[in-house]
Design a protein around this ligand. Structure first.
Ligand code: NAD
Length: 301
């Protein structure tokens, strides 16, 4: 397929590289000249405007920071929907954005007879590089069927979540759960420390027990038990605290709009945001274990 990929950042660039490896032709566009040069070095071609990038392609993929970027790039003047030809029947947005914008862009695309899929990802930059991302997709059955072969070039689990917006709902739920689980592990590790139980012993006991979670055994937030996690490299990301706070706020907005009770999600949002304000936004979000361990009960009462 001939694909335009808009947004060649930390995620978009390796995703484009995997599409190239899968045999697709990939025209990249980004505001950053460095990103464009990196895409060319990977064997892709580049365009100087969005209109030029999408003029004659089978599908468009976007990987942008926020809902505002996605709305501008998709529905703005000189944007994707204004510039595609009859050849383009599919637009996929893999950014993590708010549910309302995803639904609105989907509706605007449908009016033009174009299938739009909100298809945010889990797996981070490592998953993007390895081509093992999870794609959670919102859109029609036909849109999902058209997108699946393309997404397989970048991911391992490609799942149709439901109608437009459902992918973003799934992403908000996933990251809220991860943030809460990570806090749970971090609290227990800090508590064990103060009560004289070693972190390694706690890990060995809980890993095969009912307290086990991915946050413990796949992403352990203290140095030692799982040598590959960010905790062992001074919390170099990984997935930054800033991105986790962004996702938690999106989850809170979605929960509020739906009247869903999320007391733990709300509290987790406050704790990660407080940590960010103390200068840890660029560290991996699992630094919450170190941050929490240095606090007293009254600090966080
Ligand atoms: P990034 O900031 O590294 O990349 C975004 C890119 O979009 C940048 O290169 C920027 O120049 C480009 N851009 C911005 N406005 C543009 C425009 N109008 N036209 C063209 N290009 C434009 O961000 P990222 O880490 O690649 O994340 C992208 C999305 O994926 C975000 O929504 C993020 O929340 C989500 N996400 C990130 C991760 C992660 O680990 N980094 C994991 C899962 C999901």
């Amino acid at each position: 397929m001939k694909i335009a990929l808009i947004g060649l950042g930390n995620m978009g660039l390796p995703m484009a590289a995997n599409l190239l490896k899968a045999g697709h032709e990939v025209i990249g566009f980004d505001l950053s000249e460095t990103a464009l040069a990196a895409h060319r070095a990977n064997g892709g071609t580049t365009a100087t405007t969005i209109a030029q990038a999408v003029a004659d392609v089978d599908a468009v993929v976007t990987m942008l920071p926020t809902g505002k970027h996605v709305a501008d790039v998709c529905t703005g003047q000189g944007g994707i929907l204004a510039s595609i030809s009859a050849r383009t029947k599919l637009v996929i947005d893999s950014s993590t954005i708010d549910v309302a914008t995803a639904k609105q862009v989907g509706a605007d695309a449908a009016e033009k007879g174009v299938e739009f899929l909100d298809a945010p990802v889990s797996g981070g930059t490592a998953g993007a590089a390895a081509g093992t991302l999870t794609f959670m997709c919102g859109g029609t059955e036909a849109g999902f069927a058209a997108a699946e072969p393309l997404l397989k070039g970048m991911g391992r689990a490609i799942i149709h979540a439901g109608p437009a917006g459902s992918g973003q709902v799934a992403k908000a739920c996933n990251n809220m759960m991860l943030a809460i689980n990570m806090l749970g592990v971090s609290e227990a590790m800090a508590m064990a420390d103060r009560l004289g139980l070693s972190r390694q012993k706690l890990f060995d006991i809980v890993a095969p027990s009912t307290g086990q979670s991915f946050a413990l055994t796949g992403y352990c937030p203290v140095p030692g038990p799982v040598p590959t996690t960010p905790a062992n490299r001074d919390y170099a990301p990984g997935f930054t605290t800033a991105l986790m706070v962004k996702d938690l706020r999106l989850a809170q907005d979605a929960a509020e709009a739906a009247g869903a009770p999320t007391p733990l999600g709300a509290h987790a949002t406050r704790l990660y945001a407080a940590m960010m304000e103390e200068g840890l936004s660029a560290k991996d979000f699992s630094v919450i274990a170190r941050w929490l361990a240095a606090k007293s009960r009254t600090d966080l009462a």
